[in-house]
Design a protein around this ligand. Structure first.
Ligand code: ADP
Ligand code: ADP
Ligand code: MG
Length: 458
């Protein structure tokens, strides 16, 4: 078992990882920027190290400073959380080269599955259906023209190194495509340090469904699926498990394909295989694999009773998978909503500030993963995610009712948050019916500004 863990992250996920480590008797070291000296992950860790100025490039993305902090405090492992360095193959390699354990897959596995183009090929090789599109990176417009004959329009131009809903463009015709392609290349280079692009047919009215996997390098199991179809700008805002759209047959096929892929690449740690599911055509397509813990992992924990972060730490410590597939069962339904420091009545403008008061939800089936405490000053430098409210009940209707109940208890004073959006959504007949797809929320927002504004007055 690992003895001392450095958490190379901040916010709610750093807090989440510290909790799992503590539960396993592992000591914890928090790193932080100048802006985060009073952050919750810093307050609850056993030891803390300041790794630099507020800008993430100089602190949370500063590999040298993080490795030095780990060495100085005698850590034997590093957990990267999500975002920042979590899918950086060179970081995984550097941690290993420094004689420590990277809590996640090897650099080679990240290069294979974290690069979205390489992952498409690996998926196709494992017999997992991929979205029709380019087979590799697309070098230029000439090559793209050939691929367009297969995809047709609209077509997506995606960055090989993209993530977090960024680096994706849609072109409706050739003129738009010819204009968008060079722009996408320049943007990808600036945002991800890699201008590589690929192309995919746009799957209209599809659901986002993803399968949680755990692997130990030899064997792999799945922990069923999550549905994350409620998105804004291709970012998830509300996630649930299980999916409301899958038949038992499709669920079995989807989960089996994710396990096949994980086994094929000798995957180690927790990972997520993401798909689009076209319910009308009853077809699913692989879109990418996230080689890390995901923001929405708690919904899976709620329905399976598995602590995914603890399993990651056990696997990193050298244990074989403890779970057999037959041990993993689903009970009830869970929903997570992302509480961001954004004003949903004002086009989701960021709203950093000070938490002047805080009242937390609780009771049966309620979990609140957060970085908040009364008096906390939310810095303006990072992701706007403050907290995740997760509810669990016997069935989906019960979970939605419980979500409304828990949101009613929750009060965050001093900031604007996305809470009113979720109150309005939980009350919406379309959400109750579950008849959603990845573009559904954007249309709903255009039509329901009033409902969100009314919820903001509650
Ligand atoms: P999840 O499926 O876990 O929600 P997301 O794709 O939304 O994953 O990303 C989770 C976090 O990681 C977000 O904070 C997002 O901004 C960040 N992230 C993911 N990939 C990248 C990337 N390539 N570059 C920068 N940030 C990223
Ligand atoms: P990221 O790495 O940013 O998470 P993904 O490839 O996972 O990017 O795509 C993010 C979201 O964009 C998906 O959940 C879906 O809503 C949309 N999307 C991606 N690819 C397609 C596609 N081929 N057709 C339709 N929507 C897509
Ligand atoms: Mg994705």
């Amino acid at each position: 078992m690992l003895k001392k863990l450095l958490i190379a992250n901040r916010g709610e996920i750093a807090v989440r990882v510290i909790r799992a480590a503590r539960d396993l008797g592992i000591r914890t070291v928090a790193v932080h920027s100048d802006a985060d000296a009073e952050a919750l992950h810093v307050l609850i860790a056993d030891e803390t190290v300041n790794i630099g100025p507020p800008a993430a490039k100089k602190s949370y993305l500063n590999v040298e400073a993080i490795l030095k902090a780990a060495a100085d405090t005698g850590c034997d492992a590093v957990h990267p959380g999500y975002g920042f360095l979590a899918e950086n193959a060179a970081f995984s390699d550097a941690v290993t080269a420094a004689g420590m354990v990277f809590v996640g897959p090897s650099g080679d596995a990240i290069r294979l599955m974290g690069d979205k183009v390489a992952a498409r090929s690996a998926a196709a090789a494992a017999g997992v259906p991929v979205v029709p599109g380019s087979t590799g990176r697309v070098a230029g417009i000439e090559e793209a023209r050939h691929i367009l004959t297969e995809t047709g329009f609209p077509v997506m131009i995606k960055a090989a190194a993209g993530g977090g809903g960024r680096g994706i463009r849609i072109a409706g015709n050739l003129a738009e495509f010819e204009q968008a392609f060079p722009q996408a290349e320049a943007e990808a280079l600036a945002a991800f340090g890699d201008g590589g692009l690929y192309m995919e047919k746009v799957i209209g009215q599809a659901r986002h469904i993803e399968v949680q996997v755990l692997g130990d390098g030899t064997d792999a199991v799945h922990c069923y699926e999550r549905e994350c179809s409620l998105q804004r700008r291709r970012q998830k805002v509300w996630e649930e498990a299980p999916s409301m759209a899958l038949s038992d047959r499709v669920r079995a096929e989807l989960c089996a394909s994710a396990v096949r892929l994980a086994r094929e690449v000798g995957y180690s740690g927790a990972g997520t295989v993401e798909y689009l599911y076209d319910d009308a055509a009853d077809r699913f397509y692989f879109i990418e694999m996230n080689t890390r813990i995901q923001v929405e992992h708690p919904v899976t924990e709620m329905i399976t009773g598995i602590d995914l972060v603890a399993e990651m730490l056990r696997i990193a410590g050298g244990e074989k998978l403890r779970l057999r597939q037959s041990d993993i069962a689903v009970r009830g339904h869970a929903i997570e909503v992302r509480l961001n420091a954004e004003d949903p009545v004002n086009n989701f403008a960021p709203f950093p500030g000070t938490v002047t008061g805080l009242r937390l939800p609780g009771g049966p089936g309620v979990r609140f993963d957060s970085m908040l405490y009364a008096g906390y000053q939310v810095p303006p430098f990072y992701d706007s995610l403050l907290a995740k409210l997760i509810v669990h009940a016997e069935d989906r209707d019960g979970a939605i009712t419980r979500l409304t109940r828990a949101l009613g208890e929750l009060q965050i004073d001093g900031l604007k948050t996305t809470k009113p959006l979720f109150l309005a959504l939980a009350d919406d007949p379309g959400v109750r019916a579950g008849a959603v797809h990845t573009r559904w929320l954007e249309g709903w927002l255009d039509a329901h500004a009033g409902a969100v504004a009314a919820a903001a007055q509650l």
